[in-house]
Design a protein around this ligand. Structure first.
Ligand SMILES: Cc1cc2nc3c(=O)[nH]c(=O)nc-3n(C[C@H](O)[C@H](O)[C@H](O)COP(=O)(O)OP(=O)(O)OC[C@H]3O[C@@H](n4cnc5c(N)ncnc54)[C@H](O)[C@@H]3O)c2cc1C
Length: 450
């Protein structure tokens, strides 16, 4: 089985490793660094900077823990060096893993020349590859609307912000989805004044209103200005910054503007037409095996238009490797996008999985919802941060866990327990009767499941 993969992000490199392990002859084509935008430009550097912000916040809170006069001084050069070191290590470990499985790595830009042919432009030569199966895993890039001119200095996309040349004095963030609120949190932690343009009446549109309310309360307490019910429609450069124009006439004068309004798929120039692969607004539509309309051409990750999460991309890659090698018939479980856990790395963190209370109500589905605040958790009090809550959604008839949300410290870790319960069809009693560590934040999960 000759398997050619274009794109070395989570989707591509996971598919490559797994398929090679299963016996395929794999070639992975990557034009930039292995690990993809996920490692280089999106998940990892953003989380690394949020971790720096969290360390700063900790020094501010330390007074309440009996430590006086701690002061943190931000050094953006050191922050950048730390980011680069993390990305470098991850890149090296992905390379080592791929090489250890015998994956052939080609550094260059790949495109399809026909249904079974991939052409790679490397620095030295053009390589033509024959493939029995092809995976398109080319990711996405930030969406830039026609009314904004990104200069990487005052008008930024998320990819210009790791870190920007200077700490923005006043950052206007446009877009209040997951990415937007993470950048609000990040720069508020660094001491910037932040204004957030929220097109609806709640941040995180579509999320549980309880969760969004908790985040809004935190933002307001930290001095973030929420400009609600406004759509940005222009950004003007001024002598000392920018002015964001909103459709209702409001103007936000700031030192910098950051666009966080979604992404567009990287599918142009890939020769998909030549291979007969259909696209829809640039995405490659796929079935539950991640096959495109051309059966041996797969797509995964952001370019497939499914949930744009690194974790989902990796799992798609894994499932594709099994399908390519014909293993999907043996105990194969389809990827359940509706059971993917996700997190928002704000402070407090927000995480959820499975069925949301709002969606159950919208569908008229009977559910049992139980919720406990971290204010009652010994560990949260010890850690000096008792914000937030755990909410568990279950089936009232069977007790099977259907979903949950967590707002609070380490929510991104704690949600794994509920994710496992949702995937494995566990009942609330399974969580209640698990002997959790004491004192731990996880005890709140058992209380919420009660
Ligand atoms: C700011 C931000 C933060 C995020 N944080 C998280 C998070 O915390 N957790 C999470 O799960 N998800 C997060 N995401 C989403 C996550 O980054 C994406 O879902 C993930 O990167 C998708 O992986 P991928 O494999 O599809 O593509 P990518 O990671 O984008 O990798 C695609 C690769 O393909 C390469 N490529 C493209 N075209 C070609 C070509 N023609 N030839 C050769 N190579 C090519 C690119 O160079 C790139 O390396 C975040 C996104 C953003 C924007």
């Amino acid at each position: 089985m000759r398997f050619v993969i274009i794109g070395g992000g989570p989707a591509g490199h996971t598919a490559a490793t797994h398929a090679a392990r299963l016996g395929a002859e794999v070639t992975l084509v990557e034009r930039d660094l292995l690990g993809g935008a996920a490692h280089l430009l999106d998940c990892i550097p953003s989380k690394a900077m949020i971790a720096t912000g969290a360390a700063m916040a900790l020094t501010r809170r330390a007074g309440g823990m009996g430590l006086e006069h701690l002061d943190a001084v931000l050094d953006f050069q050191a922050v950048r060096a730390r980011n680069d070191a993390i990305v470098g290590r991850l890149n090296a470990s992905v390379r080592t893993l791929l090489e250890s499985q015998g994956v052939r790595l080609l550094h260059g830009t790949g495109r399809m020349k026909g249904p079974h042919q991939v052409v790679v432009d490397t620095a030295d030569e053009v390589v033509e590859l024959e493939a029995d199966a092809v995976l398109v895993a080319t990711g996405s890039r930030p969406r830039v609307p026609p009314w904004a001119e990104v200069d990487g200095v005052r008008v930024l996309t998320t990819r210009d912000a790791y870190p920007p040349p200077e700490v923005p004095e006043h950052l206007a963030v446009i877009g209040s989805g997951v990415t937007g609120v993470e950048f609000v949190h990040m720069f508020a932690s660094f001491g910037s004044r932040v204004s957030l343009v929220v097109s609806r009446q709640q941040v995180l549109p579509g999320k549980d209103p309880d969760v969004a309310a908790a985040l809004e309360a935190d933002f307001l307490a930290r001095g973030v200005t929420l400009v609600k019910g406004a759509r940005a429609e222009g950004i003007d450069r001024t002598e000392d910054g920018v002015t964001v124009r909103c459709d209702d006439g409001r103007r936000i004068a700031a030192s910098h503007a950051l666009l966080a309004i979604g992404s567009v798929p990287n599918s142009e120039g890939l020769g998909l037409d030549a291979a007969g692969v259909e696209t829809d607004r640039g995405f490659v539509p796929v079935n539950h095996h991640c096959q495109s309309n051309v059966g041996h051409v797969y797509a995964a990750g952001d370019v497939s238009g499914k949930l744009p999460l690194s974790s989902v991309a990796s799992m798609q890659g894994r499932k594709i490797a099994e399908h390519v090698m014909g293993l999907h018939t043996l105990s194969h479980r389809h990827l359940a996008y509706d059971k993917a856990a996700s997190a928002i790395f704000t402070e407090p963190e927000i995480a959820d999985v499975g069925l949301a209370e709002v969606d159950a109500f919208a569908d008229g589905r009977k559910i049992r919802v139980t919720k406990v605040p971290f204010a009652a958790s010994a560990r949260a009090l010890i850690d000096g941060d008792a914000r937030g809550f755990v909410k568990i959604v279950s089936d009232p008839a069977t007790g099977v866990v259907l979903g949950g949300s967590i707002v609070g410290r380490s929510a991104s870790e704690l949600i794994s327990v509920i994710a496992l319960a949702v995937t494995a069809g566990l009942r609330v009693t399974d969580i209640v009767e698990s002997l959790m560590v004491h004192p731990s934040l996880a005890e709140a999960l058992a209380d919420a499941a009660e």
